[in-house]
Design a protein around this ligand. Sequence first.
Ligand code: ASP
Length: 332
Amino acid sequence: MSRSNLLVLATGGTIAGIAGHAMRQDYRAGQIGIDQWLADAQSLGMEARLTGRQIANVDSKDIGPAIWSELYEAITDAIADDAIDGIIVTHGTDTAEETAFALDLTLPVTKPVVLVGAMRPADAVGSDGMRNFVNAVRVASDPDAAGRGVLLVMGDRVLAARDARKVRTRGTDDAFRGFPRGGVALVTPGALEWFGRPWRESDGARFTFPREWPRVPILYAAAGVEAAMVGRLVDAHCDDPAASGIVVAGVGEGNMPESVTAELARLASEGLVVVRASRVDEGLVDREPEDAANGSIAARALNPQKARILLKILLANAVRDPEAIQAAFDDP
Ligand code: ASP
């Protein structure tokens, strides 16, 4: 590995978690500070030079726009700094896919940016944190990691932000999967194998990072879900329904009861952006003829939580034309 200079931005999560006893089931996320973490990592004899900064030390359930904004600023500065070759963000696994995707949509791709987490706290038997971190160091040290957007390292797999999703609440092996692309590389502390060339066509950021993040609720469809839920969600969570959006975590291929479709179509005709995603884990939602009639958008391969992020960013960037919104979902 060449001697690269990496900036490590720490936000907490299980990778910085401590149980206090190897046999305990419960633990506290976000306990180990970045200085301690880097001292432990450097003792492994890594060639990369690591500089740390503590952005937060929280469970990732509490991460949202405020911490995204701090990460965005810190990474933007690091990208502009010739002394830094790559950036690593340590993060809880619960919302890592959302942070990765929000940054992926708003950062340029000129340097490697890699998120990494762990499923087991640092003092658990068989803790995965340090190995995942060393793997992330290898990925972030490789100039070839640039041009692929924000990446997520979990286990020995490298996933693209667009594809990464947490699919298990326990265990280290298959907790994360990529959809529709599986992994984009395999990594170990000693080797890195990319499965293809960088795919981003231009180096620039795709969207401006929002100063204000519009609120976008998710309606979770289920058997018998009532149309009245739509009104309640929109009234409570959309500042101006004529300029806001909603994501439906639909059943199957983004479906919902007729009464819900009708109510959403009525609101769409008044300006609400309605995105149909799927509650199915690997649910691809294609555009259907009814979407034109109902004024809805198909989320394609994005799960509801990622569809929500993309829609927030589109609305914040004043993208409201349905064709432009659909195009962004077709090629996120
Ligand atoms: N609850 C933890 C978090 O997201 C889970 C993890 O990191 O694995 O912060």
